[in-house]
Design a protein around this ligand. Structure first.
Ligand SMILES: NC(=O)c1ccc[n+]([C@@H]2O[C@H](COP(=O)([O-])OP(=O)(O)OC[C@H]3O[C@@H](n4cnc5c(N)ncnc54)[C@H](O)[C@@H]3O)[C@@H](O)[C@H]2O)c1
Length: 443
């Protein structure tokens, strides 16, 4: 099949590459000329495990193309995927200007009788499929009515495991009222669900809400565990034990039960917020979501307070090493990364920071104005620092050379926002060690 993907970011590039991997001819369209140039010349623009290999293969085999021209990109495509940003708008709802802007442009270039399936892959509020349809007809005229269908096909990939998630999805959600579009989607996704995972068909509205419900539910789990962790500290319990104790219950499940610095990234914060606003607009106060948002904000403060309390509120002249900048491991994405907020607070307190992240440092340099130093490796970051602060659970931080940490730090002090180390071991090694929801180890 010939497929166009509009928007070549984390979702668009992964989707386009994976569609090409199953034999389709894919053209990815982006307004960012430099991104298109880099991708066309074989340079990958994001870090995502496993992506580069299949990207190069499909580029070389001529199944993957890049352009800035919407008209050229969609010319022979049966399917047009919209993988465009839906950032938080003014009142907290999802801003649809990118989606509706492209819908408007599509209306001007779609040809009556040349049937296309237009697929919303972005995370969009209920009612967006109707708005996209209306925008296309408003700019293209009613003669286009039978020439396209709209499908809502939310994406559930996790950054850091995006290729695996895309190639072997737990489920594919397809929202459409058109049988014709459903058949096209079935044909496209069959190779991805050969192991029996379902393609779930539903109406557009339910598909749109499914994505928000999924992300919001996961955010609820995270915030719930973060509050349990706080309670553990107050009551002398150990959150690792509690997590294992409840995670073995199949009704609860063991995923998303790790306390930490609160959720970040480009999805959860904006999606939870957007669902809360959508709910308000539908005259319903979604109480759990509002609590989740508040807890998530508090969780970062909870961690920063640990540092402030230890230094009695005086961070002036302190030097901190920060391990991890990405919002989670295995990605270079720093959107809403908790590390950035922790660093901002340290700098505001008069401290200096030297950071290391295996993949995200170029993005921090490019996208933020944080006045920090960057170290070439995790150990160099420690030189003469007063403490190590861990913000992202990259694998290489899990079993570090403790000897080296002891020697390089000015003081053997670690604030661990990801519970990477065993408090008992830290005690034996003579560290001052604070983590989340577990015993504080004093020297
Ligand atoms: N990142 C994730 O893990 C993830 C997962 C599931 C769903 N989503 C949703 O998918 C959507 C896209 O997210 P993302 O993280 O890929 O965004 P992104 O910011 O990484 O990529 C968006 C791309 O769209 C391009 N773009 C903007 N306007 C354009 C236009 N008019 N024409 C062509 N290209 C244009 C941008 O240049 C950018 O390359 C969002 O709605 C997001 O919520 C993201």
């Amino acid at each position: 099949m010939k497929i166009a993907v509009v928007g070549t970011g984390y979702v668009g590039l992964v989707s386009g590459t994976c569609f090409a991997e199953t034999g389709n001819q894919v053209t990815c369209i982006d307004i960012d000329q430099s991104k298109v140039d880099r991708l066309s010349s074989g340079e990958i623009t994001i870090y995502e495990p496993g992506l580069e290999k299949i990207f190069n293969r499909n580029l070389k085999e001529g199944r993957l193309h890049f352009t800035t021209s919407l008209q050229d990109g969609i010319k022979d495509a049966v399917l047009i995927f919209l993988a465009l940003p839906t950032p938080t708008g003014e009142n907290g709802s999802a801003d649809l200007k990118y989606i509706l802007g492209v819908a408007n442009d599509l209306g001007k270039i779609l040809v009556p009788g040349d049937y296309k399936v237009i697929v919303d892959k972005s995370t969009v509020p209920v009612g967006t499929a109707d708005k996209v349809r209306a925008a296309i007809l408003a700019s293209g005229g009613d003669q286009l009515t039978a020439s396209f269908d709209i499908v809502s096909n939310p994406e559930f990939l996790r950054e850091g495991a995006a290729v695996e998630d895309f190639m072997k999805p737990d489920r594919v959600v397809v929202g459409t009222s058109s049988e014709r579009a459903q058949k096209v989607m079935q044909q496209l996704y069959e190779p991805f669900v050969r192991q029996g995972n379902p393609i779930i068909y539903m109406d557009e509205q339910s598909a749109e809400l499914t994505k928000y419900a999924a992300n919001s539910f996961l955010a609820v789990k995270i915030s719930f565990m973060n509050e349990i962790a706080i309670l553990c500290e107050k009551l002398g319990a150990d959150v690792d034990m509690v997590r294992r104790g409840i995670g073995t219950d199949f009704r609860i499940g063991k995923h998303f039960l790790y306390p930490g610095l609160g959720y970040g990234g480009s999805c959860f914060p904006k999606d939870v917020q957007a669902l809360s606003v959508s709910s308000k607009e539908a005259a319903y106060d979604f109480k759990i979501l509002n609590a989740v948002i508040a807890v998530n904000k508090l969780q970062k403060e909870f961690f920063i307070n640990k540092i402030n309390n230890y230094y009695k509120g005086n961070l002036k002249g302190m030097k901190f090493a920060v391990w991890g900048l990405a919002f989670k491991p295995n990605t270079d994405d720093i959107r809403e990364a908790p590390a950035l907020e922790v660093i901002e607070q340290l700098l505001a307190g008069g401290a200096t920071v030297t950071a290391f992240d295996p993949e995200a440092m170029p993005n921090v340099k490019k996208q933020t104005k944080l006045a920090i130093d960057f170290a070439p490796d995790q150990y160099t970051a420690l030189t003469d620092a007063d403490a190590l602060i861990i913000c992202t659970e990259w694998n290489e931080f899990r079993t570090p050379e403790y000897e080296k940490i002891s020697t390089l730090l000015k003081s053997k002090t670690i604030f661990d926002g990801r519970n990477l180390y065993d408090p008992e071991k830290m005690k034996q090694l003579g560290f001052y060690y604070e983590s989340i929801g577990r015993e504080k180890v004093s020297i």
